[in-house]
Design a protein around this ligand. Structure first.
Ligand SMILES: *[C@@H]1O[C@H](CO)[C@@H](O)[C@H](O)[C@H]1NC(C)=O
Ligand SMILES: *[C@@H]1O[C@H](CO)[C@@H](O)[C@H](O)[C@H]1NC(C)=O
Length: 472
């Protein structure tokens, strides 16, 4: 293939290596000494190598390491693929060696699609660590072979912050034992930044990128990201014990600070399922039992659809107490596991509850008006708002479109209820949510005293508040 063709661009040298298409641009270190590392950039979809040139220089400025940069580019159709990536990384490593890099501390750094590919490729490669920007390891971070820094923008409109919740929970579920996971696989929720701020090229309008409007300027975002990259690179590769300790301390702070924004998401997610039971079904059944909710116990089962369709809630009398035995079915969006742009919270929760009428008759209380499923959606919104951080509340108040609660669709038979999904739609007024109810009389021929509701999950309400409500 073509010989090395160096094109001088100030301090930068461009080599054409490997296939005719994939190229590497080398940016030399700005420090004369120090531990050598290289950041090998893998661009996002439709991003060119040069879109990372300025941000790479900011990363160099932020670090005391002798940091080389290799910008890979020229991928077929501007889409990084697993077919081209090995050649691209080999080419970058060759170019780094040619340019004078001696150590083998190669860090792959991928944005968006580039990060997804990098995460798969680096399971077995010469890379010593990877950094994923607005991207994630597809099959989870636990047991990944090399250190991984995951950088997630709080206001990323393409790779939702909710995509990182499972990994954050799994990795930092119990760091009281050891801080190793924080140093090896830190996950950072970067306050106020979006998806396109992980690059420094021209930013297409958010209407094109489906991104959210950031709170930070690009300059502020790049500086912050540079500090995070430096802390990870230093903690992983520095030979100075004191620098490693300081960087580790910073990583701890980064993860701790991130947990402030991950906590509400974890909390709302926990309301939908815990040990095969749906805490939100219990809250909902209690609501239907007000003001006598303390007169009974509740046991809920999350079921698969065929079992759920067959199930019916019932009263179970013990010696001293009565328990309402009820069921829930949780439905997610199609493809939500594979697609980071799809809402990660449930699409709807179906609840089979006992009606207030039935409870009060069973327990010999005076009748009270039957509540609505709509009231449960309002409770979900309140729970989500209460859990949100102050900044999230403020942003929602000033820029977010509200949730508009519509009156329940009243179905008249079980079949009808089974086949009518929760209705949601968006317009300039906000997100409209309309529950589907089936209420049966306590003296009905069959299926007595039921109140079935298809409702919005509290996690969905929070996802709306922090992400989708902010779209234009
Ligand atoms: C890793 O890659 C090397 C070289 O391509 C190959 O020989 C080896 O079998 C791979 N190992 C695994 C676990 O895939
Ligand atoms: C409670 O409901 C579950 C799910 O429908 C069912 O499997 C179980 O048998 C019920 N328990 C009692 C005591 O009826």
């Amino acid at each position: 293939m073509s010989p090395l063709v160096p094109i001088l661009l100030g301090l930068m040298t461009t080599f054409v290596v490997g296939s005719a298409a994939v190229t590497t641009e080398i940016i030399e270190p700005i420090r004369a000494s120090g531990d050598e590392v290289a950041l090998i950039f893998v661009p996002g979809a439709f991003q060119r190598a040069e879109n990372y040139r300025e941000i790479a220089k900011i990363f160099q400025e932020a670090s005391n390491l002798r940091m080389w940069v290799a910008l890979t580019g020229g991928y077929n159709r501007l889409l990084v693929s697993l077919a081209e990536l090995p050649g691209a990384i080999d080419g970058a490593i060759n170019a780094l060696k040619q340019a004078g890099m001696v150590s083998e501390n190669y860090i792959g750094i991928g944005h968006s699609l580039g990060g997804l590919m990098l995460g798969q490729y680096a399971r077995n490669s010469t890379l010593k660590a990877i950094i994923l920007m607005g991207s994630y390891v597809t099959y989870g971070l636990s047991n990944y072979r090399i250190p991984v820094l995951t950088l997630a923008g709080e206001l990323d409109g393409r790779v939702r912050i909710t995509k990182f919740v499972d990994d954050f929970e799994n990795i930092f579920g119990d760091v009281s034992q050891s801080k190793e996971p924080i140093y090896r696989t830190p996950i950072v929720n970067i306050k106020g930044t979006n998806h396109m701020q992980f690059q420094s090229g021209p930013t297409p309008p958010t209407s094109v990128t489906n991104d959210l409007k950031p709170d930070l300027t690009d300059a502020e975002a790049h500086k912050t990201i540079g500090q995070y990259v430096n802390n990870f690179a230093t903690a992983t590769f520095s030979s100075e014990a004191s620098e490693v300790r300081d960087a580790q301390k910073e990583l701890e702070n980064m993860v701790l600070e991130s947990s402030k924004r991950f906590q509400p998401l974890k909390d709302m997610k926990a309301l939908q399922a815990k040990d095969n039971s749906c805490p939100w079904a219990i809250t909902s059944q209690q609501h239907f039992g007000e003001p006598h909710a303390d007169a009974f116990e509740i046991k809920n089962y999350i079921l698969e659809l065929p079992m759920f369709v067959k199930s019916t809630p019932s009263f179970i009398w013990g010696v001293m107490s009565v328990t309402i035995n009820n069921t829930a079915f949780i439905e997610f969006e199609d493809d939500y596991m594979r697609r980071p742009d799809v809402k990660q919270s449930p699409k709807e929760i179906s609840l089979k509850l006992k009606s207030r009428d039935a409870i009060f008759e069973e327990l010999s209380f005076m009748p009270e008006p039957e509540p609505s499923c709509r009231a449960l959606n309002e409770l979900a919104r309140d729970a989500a708002l209460n859990s949100a951080t102050d900044a999230e509340k403020q942003r929602y108040k000033s820029r977010g479109r509200p949730i508009v609660f519509e009156d329940d669709i009243l179905t008249t038979s079980e079949d009808d209820w089974n086949s009518t999904p929760l209705k949601t739609w968006e317009d300039s007024a906000g997100l409209h949510v309309q529950s589907v109810a089936l209420v049966t009389a306590i003296d009905a021929d069959e299926l007595r005293g039921m109140h079935y509701c298809r409702v919005m999950a509290p996690y969905r309400a929070l996802e709306w508040i922090i992400i989708d409500s902010l779209r234009d």
